[in-house]
Write a protein that binds this ligand. Structure first.
Ligand SMILES: NC(=O)C1=CN([C@@H]2O[C@H](COP(=O)(O)OP(=O)(O)OC[C@H]3O[C@@H](n4cnc5c(N)ncnc54)[C@H](OP(=O)(O)O)[C@@H]3O)[C@@H](O)[C@H]2O)[C@@H](O)CC1
Ligand SMILES: Nc1ncnc2c1ncn2[C@@H]1O[C@H](COP(=O)(O)OP(=O)(O)O)[C@@H](O)[C@H]1O
Ligand SMILES: [K+]
Length: 502
């Protein structure tokens, strides 16, 4: 399996520029892009049909003119509607317009309802601002017509870098993109607008570019770092993870996380419980052990034993001063640590103080696993927050929010959701895509935190452990499908692990 880089529009321009500098003319690239789009269109049209190609004012439109020419030559009845007359185009797009060589109607006259296929070549990576006016109207007509749509490179109106809609955006059944996918193909709502995405090789390399290293999440990212079991080893070689339980009445979350950690392969897992919650935890635990700690000082004492090498805390701990003290004790002990839910929300309005704790020099990784609401509460209050924290929370792009929090707290961040982003403090990130909406079920995130801790207990580095946990959690949930509850996720891991490890 090869790494799948996701290039932003600046990096993509740079990749194109390098290819052109190395001797392939830009127009040759456009011919290849247009041909790939025409091939994709033909696969969507089993026989000759009526194709409407919508062409924008830039090179995306150029790709559309080339595709229109090829489709017409292959016997389809092609109508081209364009934002600008061919005479007003420049560069490669002008050449492509001349290659089309037939009539072009204004965008306002385009009739998507009368087409068997609409090819969307309005805007690609060059979309620079929100769409307005007649383009918005044309997109509404396309989306309202209910005809199959093939988008060239990016569904027009979707920001290739962020996946956000800029004013209005085409809803495509398929998208053909070039060289590699872009973050906007994986981030919602762009992912939903793009439909099935295929990547065409047009001779542009995506490797060796400056700027953020963003990839699609997959085993190629983290399988090389996956802990291998030693045939002569024993359970202590695979670490001992501790998961903090809430009080009586709030104990289930910790047990879900603990089960995730154990199934992920930690040698031993213990739930840290207060004496008051001991009986309820004991009534539900078998392979998972328990340790009684009634306050953070006792927890610090427990952590003088360095066999406890991974910690997970947050779910159902309660929001407030007490939880902050548990978090401080955990961070001071310098173990591989997962902070989730109330461990983050307890620092609402105290982002600077939280970051100071997380940033203190340490040997072992800290992984934060907020969903969007938890990130917002941590960075944007209520309460006094710095301009820096508020700016990160306000970033429109999920990718930028995750990377921002990771740098701010010097921690690995798992920003959860349908398009979970895992980010490192150095700015690299992966976007996950193998999940299922059935994962949105109570306690699902608790299991995820436990899986991260279980992998780190076995010595897996933090970023790889987080990316692997997100992928395995999503895979287990997607394989189970309808009816999934959080308890099913740990039980789905053995099958996922078997397929991964052979
Ligand atoms: N580079 C290469 O070699 C290759 C590139 N390829 C293809 O090129 C595409 C990128 O081409 P691109 O850079 O020309 O950008 P594109 O997406 O066509 O849009 C830019 C145009 O739209 C305009 N515009 C922007 N926002 C607007 C708005 N809101 N509302 C209205 N207008 C707006 C903007 O004008 P301006 O901002 O100057 O007003 C400009 O005219 C890429 O996605 C791929 O399909 C392939 O052929 C392979 C080789
Ligand atoms: N539509 C979806 N597609 C894929 N994964 C999802 C979707 N909705 C939620 N998830 C995943 O489910 C988990 C929910 O976690 P979280 O929000 O913490 O819930 P809880 O607090 O109930 O455990 C996260 O891992 C998230 O990425
Ligand atoms: K497009």
């Amino acid at each position: 399996m090869r790494m799948q880089p996701l290039l932003n529009s600046r990096q993509m321009r740079e990749a194109d520029r390098r290819t052109i500098e190395n001797g392939t003319p830009g127009f040759t690239l456009m011919l290849r892009a247009g041909e790939a789009a025409a091939d994709a269109a033909c696969r969507m049209l089993p026989q000759a049909g009526r194709v409407l190609v919508l062409c924008g004012p830039g090179n995306n439109g150029g790709d559309g003119f080339v595709a229109a020419r090829i489709l017409a030559d292959r016997g389809h009845r092609v109508t081209v509607a364009a934002m600008k007359p061919v005479a007003d185009l420049s560069g490669d797009a002008a050449e492509a317009g001349h290659l089309w060589g037939e009539a072009v109607c204004p965008l306002a006259a385009a009739d998507p309802a009368g087409a068997d296929l609409v090819v969307d070549a309005l805007f690609g990576t060059g979309l620079a601002r929100d769409l307005q006016g007649e383009v918005v109207e044309a997109i509404a007509r396309v989306n309202g017509a209910g005809r199959p749509v093939l988008a060239i490179d990016v569904p027009s109106g979707i920001d290739a870098d962020t996946g956000l809609v800029r004013g209005a955006a085409v809803k495509a059944e398929r998208t053909v993109t070039f060289a590699c996918r872009k973050p906007g193909h994986l981030l919602y709502p762009g992912r939903a607008h793009a439909g099935a995405v295929e990547v065409a090789d047009i001779g542009v390399s995506c490797m060796g570019l400056d700027g953020p290293a963003v990839h699609a999440n997959g085993p190629e990212i983290w399988l090389p770092a996956f802990p291998r079991i030693d045939p002569a080893g024993h359970k202590y070689d695979r670490g001992h993870a501790l998961v903090l339980s809430g009080g009586p009445g709030h104990t289930g979350a910790a047990r879900l996380a603990a089960r995730g950690a154990l199934r992920a392969g930690a040698g031993l897992v213990s739930v840290v419980t207060s004496a008051r919650a001991l009986a309820v935890n004991a009534a539900h635990l078998t392979a998972i052990m328990m340790r009684v700690c009634d306050d953070p000082d006792e927890f610090s004492d427990l952590l003088t034993d360095d066999r406890f090498n991974a910690l997970a805390l947050g779910p159902a701990l309660g929001v407030g001063e007490a939880t902050r003290r548990w978090v401080e004790a955990a961070l001071e002990a310098d173990r591989a640590t997962v902070l989730d839910a109330d461990a983050l929300t307890s620092f609402s309005g105290m982002a600077e103080g939280f970051a100071a704790l997380a940033r203190a020099p340490r040997e072992h990784p800290v992984v934060l696993t907020p969903h969007e609401g938890e990130l917002r509460r941590l960075l944007a209050g209520p309460g006094e927050v710095s301009a820096e924290a508020r700016e990160i929370a306000g970033r429109p792009s999920k990718l930028d929010r995750a990377v921002g929090l990771a740098a701010f707290a010097n921690a690995i961040v798992v920003l959860k959701g349908a398009d979970t982003v895992v980010a490192s403090p150095e700015g690299s990130a992966v976007i996950n895509e193998n999940g299922s909406p059935y994962l949105g079920t109570a306690g699902s995130g608790d299991v995820l935190g436990g899986i991260v801790a279980g992998l780190m207990a076995q010595g897996m580095p933090g970023f790889e452990a987080a990316a692997c946990a997100v992928w395995m959690h999503a895979e287990a949930g997607a394989r189970f499908g309808p009816g999934l509850i959080a308890e099913d996720i740990p039980e789905g891991l053995p099958a996922v692990l078997r397929d991964l490890l052979g």
